[in-house]
Design a protein around this ligand. Structure first.
Ligand code: NDP
Length: 392
């Protein structure tokens, strides 16, 4: 029986609240707070049980502290934007509240995400006797747990890791992103970076592509090399990794639109003067693109996210693939959201469940792969994200 404060009433936040409501034995009291209270209230109205809602500007520590002192949660689930990670962590420290998020901190004025800012909270969380769980979405999140699971059960040494994220769904829109457009486009247009021979290799954004044959009828798709935050923590916590890469599929249509938007300067995060007002082109673009939350009823098809791992078991080379397939339409039927929000929101709920039930205990700042993967893997099967493993 626990009180949980969820911050962020977007696509992911809505799934987290729905899934927490399905487990009242763990999440007895829920508050959803966000910048726009009306969005919290609209989500609350669609739930099978009552929750509290509130308005909060999560950029303001004082507002967060006042809210936490009033509601007294044990845990705060941050599914606002990466810009709010540090202010929410500060407020958690001040109020004695455990912390969980799904994306690492990123400064607004620089498209650069790194764990260094949040890892710097290690001693403060330890001293306060609190736990901060970083990156409890799908990627990062489940992909970290898959890697830890493979290491624990299938390998003596892991040498190569390829995280492969496929969205084989179609929303029928000329151009839309499946999660927050600003964060998504900052990520996709950043240079690609992968780990090879103990160093980072940087290549231009979307310049390296291969074909991968996805399972269960999804078939061959073009995958593009990118940088993703879990590579930073996984290469730190599995120092035996010789190569670690992250790949994502994009449709030709998505890439064509992105190229034009980039060429005309619409993906820039440098503020420009427009009629005497400072505007950031990417933030303006976000305002005219479809809200990812509105794609739920439109999106058909499946996602497939998994880890392809090579290493050694009992002195022999081994190749292993573990993945989840998630159907956009089924997610919409269950919680009114498409699969990208679903595959992020479910692991956030399970991470919170791990912390609140004591299955995952600790003080300090943790990445997912540092904790025992077994209880989390069991809950994935029970709460909508079953996994399949294949020895290749
Ligand atoms: P949305 O843009 O749909 O939702 C973000 C929500 O946060 C909105 O409701 C927004 O409010 C609210 N918000 C923004 N700023 C503030 C603020 N200062 N104070 C209070 N609330 C604020 O994003 P998504 O739901 O798509 O994504 C949520 C998070 O999940 C992001 O951090 C994203 O990076 C992460 N993510 C992680 C993935 C993973 O696998 N690990 C995959 C996909 C996403 P308003 O409605 O008023 O704008």
């Amino acid at each position: 029986m626990s009180r949980v404060l969820i911050i962020g009433a977007g696509g992911v936040g809505s799934v987290v609240v729905h899934k927490c409501c399905q487990a009242p034995e763990v999440f007895s009291d829920i508050m959803l707070a966000s910048r726009t209270k009306a969005k919290c209230d609209a989500i609350a109205a669609s739930l099978p049980r009552p929750i509290k809602t509130a308005r909060v500007d999560a950029d303001q520590v004082a507002e967060l502290v006042a809210l936490m002192r009033d509601f007294k949660p044990e845990l705060c689930i941050n599914v606002a934007l990466p810009y709010q990670d540090l202010t929410i962590m500060d407020a958690c420290l001040e109020c004695g509240v455990h912390y969980l998020d799904t994306a690492n901190y990123e400064p607004r004025d620089e498209a650069k995400f790194e764990y260094k800012w949040q890892w710097a909270y290690q001693e403060r969380f330890k001293k306060a006797g609190l736990m901060a769980l970083l990156g409890s979405g799908f990627d990062p999140g489940v992909t970290n747990v898959y890697t830890a699971w493979a290491m624990k059960n299938h390998f003596d040494e892991i040498h190569e890791l390829d995280i492969i994220d496929c969205n084989a769904g179609d929303h029928g829109q000329p151009f839309a992103t499946n999660f927050n457009p600003e964060i998504n486009i900052r990520e996709v247009t950043a240079p690609a970076r992968h780990w090879e021979n103990k160093q980072w290799i940087e290549t231009p954004a979307l310049s390296t592509a291969e074909e991968f044959d996805f399972p269960e009828g999804i078939g061959p798709r073009k995958i593009y090399l990118m940088y993703h935050e879990e590579l930073e923590s996984l290469t730190k916590h599995f120092p035996g990794l010789k190569k670690a890469r992250f790949w994502m599929t994009f449709s030709d249509n998505y890439l064509r639109h992105l190229e034009v938007l980039r060429n005309v300067g619409m993906t820039s995060i440098e503020p420009i003067d427009y009629n005497g007002q400072q505007i950031v082109p990417l933030q303006f673009l976000k305002a005219v693109l479809p809200d990812p939350g509105s794609l739920g009823p439109l999106t058909k098809g499946r996602t497939c996210i998994g880890c392809l791992i090579k290493g050694i078991k009992n002195g022999k080379e081994k190749k292993y693939y573990i993945y989840n397939i998630c159907d956009h339409g089924k997610c919409y039927e269950e919680v009114g959201a498409q699969a990208v929000s679903y595959t992020t929101g479910v692991p956030a709920m399970i991470g919170a469940m791990m912390m609140l039930t004591g299955a995952w205990k600790g003080t300090g700042v943790y990445n997912m792969e540092e904790l025992d993967p077994a209880p989390f893997m069991e809950k994935l099967n029970l709460h909508g994200l079953p996994w399949t493993e294949v020895i290749l």
